[in-house]
Design a protein around this ligand. Structure first.
Ligand code: CAA
Length: 284
């Protein structure tokens, strides 16, 4: 039975997962490196809940309930009695392994560890713990309160019980679940990322303007956002990071990052969060 949910890393994804858990009556304890970072996550949640109220999908009482179900801390020890940990720290294997080593000695034996990684090996993370069978991937999509999907990722060691409990947990957050093996990009990113990389390649070789590439896919294929707007939305650094991991694994040029993407990331054009990417968000 899952009642208490620990979130490690309360950025865009972690706070989104915390929000949907708190909305579905779970007690949420969120860990960040400092209070400012925790408050930034709470701001995302506040904004999202206000949007829902504006659209008539929630009321003030719901907002208060959700906010009341979430508390923050900088101390991992406060996660000792959590039933599941959803980890959404930066996509860096060394940092994730450090976090999991600590959590393994802190959390009660039954706690399930679930990583929100989009491309790193879950099995590799599990290898630094003594609970490989209680390790799983729960990969949510941005914005978490809106996107319906959760990829449930099994490693070679994930037990049936861990899988069933985690799958039911994700469903209890209102998500539709698909099951994938522990392979870089899982189901969605292995298709989505090469498409985004190709859009950047097309821009780079002068096929069309950024606006026309985006409008082409929105108006021609019914996508809610064009590929360059979506890359800005996800973060150019994140897409580059995933592309590099997939290229390293598959050694297929399909996954190789176009030079323009790397140049933009190196120059700080990270997308919407940085105020600039393919488009300028500094005045929005
Ligand atoms: N919280 C709550 N509700 C939100 C919200 C948020 N953060 N953001 C948007 N919404 C709601 C709006 O209130 C609105 O509700 P109604 O339908 O009732 O009007 C609805 O979602 C649409 O939002 P907007 O009208 O503000 O704007 P939009 O129509 O441009 O939609 C969007 C915004 C939902 C982000 C849409 O553009 C979209 O679906 N884009 C694609 C997003 C996507 O592909 N995400 C996956 C990225 S890949 C990933 O995350 C995985 C990875 O590992 C990289």
């Amino acid at each position: 039975m899952i009642k208490k949910v620990g979130i490690v890393g309360f950025g865009q994804m972690g706070s989104g997962i915390g929000q949907v858990a708190a909305s579905n009556d779970y007690e949420v304890k969120a860990i960040e490196v400092n209070d400012d970072a925790f408050q930034t996550g709470m701001k995302y949640i506040n904004k999202s809940l206000s949007k829902m109220i504006e659209k008539g999908k929630a009321d003030e009482a719901f907002k208060e309930k959700v906010l009341g179900n979430i508390s923050g801390s900088t101390d991992l020890n406060e996660l000792a009695d959590c039933d599941i940990i959803c980890e959404a720290v930066v996509e860096n294997m060394d940092i994730k392994k450090e976090v999991y080593k600590k959590l393994d000695s802190i959390c009660k034996p039954e706690t399930i560890f679930a990583s929100n990684t989009s491309s790193l090996s879950i099995g590799d993370m599990a290898s630094v713990t003594n609970r490989r069978s209680q390790f799983i991937g729960l990969h949510f999509f941005n914005p978490v309160p809106v996107m319906k999907l959760c990829e449930v990722v099994k490693t070679l060691d994930t037990s049936e019980q861990t899988f069933d409990t985690s799958f039911s947990f994700a469903e209890s957050l209102g998500k539709a679940c698909v099951t994938a093996k522990d392979s870089p990009g899982f189901i969605v990113n292995v298709l989505l990322v090469p498409y985004l990389l190709d859009a950047i390649r097309n821009l780079e070789c002068g096929l069309a303007t950024k606006e026309d590439i985006d409008n082409g896919m929105m108006l021609g294929c019914g996508h809610p956002m064009g590929p360059l707007t979506l890359t800005d939305f996800i973060g150019l650094d994140t897409i580059l990071y995933i592309a590099d991991i997939m290229f390293e694994e598959f050694k297929n040029s399909h996954y190789s990052a176009p030079p323009l993407l790397r140049r933009m990331v190196n120059a700080g054009y990270m997308g919407r969060k940085a105020g600039r990417g393919f488009y300028d968000y500094s005045k929005k």
